[in-house]
Design a protein around this ligand. Structure first.
Ligand SMILES: Cc1cc2nc3c(=O)[nH]c(=O)nc-3n(C[C@H](O)[C@H](O)[C@H](O)COP(=O)(O)O)c2cc1C
Length: 249
């Protein structure tokens, strides 16, 4: 499997996703399904380690249905003993999906227990929050999911702040073009029906800083192809050009 991946791309690192809560993925014994089968999870990491000599990341959730801190620490240590270089922890259980607030105390506990870097994930929405989480937990990094769709410049903002550099605020055109670029990438990656569905799901996040977000997401959500969605989105963005985006707290 990994040979297959490496035959068509040269990644910087491999990241094994043991955090995906989607039911059919778990039923196949993949994604977060591996949390219920530690010995299989460890052998997946061992076999990846044998083939892949570069950085090997494993992303997990904090448990399946409940939090058991000693299970979590043992599981993380098992992944490291099997060859993982970095553990990313999303501080929710599989059952919680995205419902409750992510537990960053668990990121701190895992970081204190392991000798490898731990990346924290869950509910980070701004550069200030990312920096605060880094400082509070001593995490080796922060993973941001929805927050980067809401503010695609969140990493540049955080990185400037960490390096003590001034951050040049993006213009309206920058905000627009980075979103259109993502839509073009999705359109180039998936067949039209699937691409349109993916774009529809991301629109509420991508547009949340624009005053016309709801209307635009509803209208574009009805369109069936990424090409039509792009034209409509471009129209909205042009029409409201110059309106200030709301700065996220
Ligand atoms: C649109 C979208 C796509 C995602 N795809 C992946 C993925 O491919 N692999 C992964 O490990 N997590 C994926 N996630 C989950 C996020 O990495 C993250 O664990 C989750 O969204 C919680 O973090 P957040 O509060 O920063 O969004 C995805 C999340 C979103 C919103």
């Amino acid at each position: 499997m990994i040979d297959n991946v490496l035959s068509f791309c040269r990644p910087f690192a491999l990241d094994i996703n043991m955090g995906c809560p989607v039911w059919w993925m778990r039923r196949l014994g993949a994604g977060a399904g591996l949390l219920s089968e530690p010995s299989r999870a460890f052998s997946v990491v061992e076999s990846a380690r044998k083939t892949w000599k570069g950085p090997l990341f494993v992303k997990i959730r904090a448990g399946t249905t409940a939090i058991d801190i000693s299970w979590l620490l043992d599981f993380c240590q098992g992944l490291v003993d099997s060859g993982a270089d970095v553990i990313t922890l999303h501080g929710r259980t599989v059952e919680e999906r995205l419902r409750r607030e992510a537990r960053w105390d668990l990121v701190l506990a895992v970081r204190e227990a392991l000798l490898v870097p731990v990346i924290g994930n869950g509910d980070v929405r701004s550069a200030d929050q990312a920096i605060r989480r880094l400082q509070e937990t001593g995490a080796g990094g922060i993973m941001i999911g929805r927050g980067v769709l809401m503010d695609p410049f969140v990493f540049s903002r955080a990185s400037a702040s960490l390096q003590g550099r001034p951050f040049k605020e993006p213009t309206y055109e920058d905000e627009v073009s980075i979103r259109l670029e993502l839509i073009d990438d999705i359109a180039a990656t998936y067949e039209p029906g699937r691409a349109a569905c993916r774009i529809r799901k991301l629109l509420p996040y991508l547009l949340c800083r624009f005053p016309f977000a709801r209307r635009c997401a509803l209208e574009i959500g009805r369109l069936k192809t990424p090409a039509a969605q792009r034209v409509a989105l471009h129209g909205f963005l042009e029409k409201f050009s110059g309106q200030a985006t709301q700065v996220l707290g």
